[in-house]
Design a protein around this ligand. Structure first.
Ligand code: GLV
Ligand code: GLV
Length: 334
């Protein structure tokens, strides 16, 4: 192949590989037997000639890597993720490297996990499952695993972008019912809250879907947790550092009826001390986008991002929605 494209991880499906190979790329996939690659590992992968890289959200794409990629002749980097808080886009741009991400294909998949965690937390599914497996079930009891009914409750979404809006649509059906008018109940209204605090105070169920940046770091802290209802449910399928996890563990300990469903953690793969012991927490390992269709779609989109840029087109999905290296008069390559 004329171009060398590196993927720091094997990715689902073969479509992404075929797309690149058909367009004259040699694809090299890292098969190192470690989950998270270091900056040094990735510098070795880049080598002396590399036109583009597909990387993962666990990797630190900053000055060092973009400088190495630029020296190797690289023009494109795509995260296989919609979130790009692991990427220093400014550093990339400084070296003439365009950055891509993979929105869209994971919207519904992620929203469905947030909805799953919401329902699982409300009905204490994981706790109840553990109870059964431990052989503790001795028969039906009126007070056994009593949880929260979501119908008629107030659902709060913080970060109402693509994913947050998809979640809201799903919960509209769950929490309010589809046949409100037929049943003669009041129609439900959507409300744009005047502040985040209003959502925290009023909602019975809150799902977090913001991007992680300086403005959303520890968005949910001790003070804001204290504003929430004692029996509220909090779900996070965005990025761990959006919640102050130490404060959350304290809050869970002090408020046994408060429940959380977490897909992401402040310092993955670790959990803050005490979190794993909290019965009122459901924890899953960052699997919100984990459906076959979505993961193959993410890999394909990441490959197209890199391929497009190598071929001189605007990057397909630029998180900033602009490609500063492409001037309007540039013509498509042959
Ligand atoms: C996953 O966390 C993503 O950002 O795609
Ligand atoms: C519970 O199983 C009931 O029948 O109410």
């Amino acid at each position: 192949g004329k171009y060398r494209v590196v993927s720091t991880k094997p990715m689902p499906g073969t479509r992404w590989i075929n797309l690149l190979v058909d367009q004259g790329c040699r694809v090299e996939i890292c098969h190192l037997k470690k989950t998270i690659l270091s900056v040094e590992d990735i510098i070795d992968l880049i080598g002396n000639k590399c036109d583009g890289v597909i990387g993962q959200l666990t990797e630190d794409w900053g000055e060092t890597l973009f400088s190495a990629l630029s020296k190797a002749g690289g023009k494109a980097f795509s995260n296989m993720a919609v979130g790009y808080n692991n990427v220093d886009v400014e550093a990339a741009n400084k070296y003439g490297i365009a950055v891509g991400n993979t929105p869209g294909v994971l919207t519904e998949t992620t929203a469905e996990l947030a909805a799953s965690l919401s329902l699982a937390a409300a009905r204490r599914i994981v706790e109840a499952d553990g109870f059964m497996r431990a052989g503790l079930y001795e028969g039906w009891l009126p007070h056994l695993f009593v949880g929260n009914l979501l119908k008629g409750q107030t659902v709060g979404v913080i970060g109402a972008g693509r994913i947050g809006s998809a979640y809201a649509r799903m919960m509209f059906v769950t929490a309010y019912g589809q046949f409100l008018k037929a049943n003669g109940e009041q129609p439900v209204t959507w409300k744009r809250a005047s502040s985040m605090e209003e959502v925290l105070r009023e909602a019975d169920l809150i799902s977090l879907h913001p991007v992680l940046d300086k403005t959303t770091y520890h968005l949910v802290n001790k003070e804001r947790l204290a504003m929430m209802k004692k029996e509220a449910i909090l779900v996070n399928c965005s990025r761990g550092p959006v919640i102050d996890e130490v404060a959350l563990v304290d809050h869970l300990r002090e408020n046994p009826m408060f429940r959380v469903g977490l897909d992401v953690f402040e310092e993955e793969p670790f959990m803050k001390p005490g979190l794993a012991d909290m019965k009122n927490a459901i924890v899953v390992p960052h699997i919100a986008s984990a459906s076959k269709w979505t993961r193959e779609g993410m890999a394909t989109l990441a490959a197209l991002n890199v391929l497009g840029r190598i071929k001189g087109y605007p990057i397909l999905s630029d998180p900033n929605r602009v490609d500063p290296f492409l001037n309007e008069n540039s013509s498509p390559p042959n």
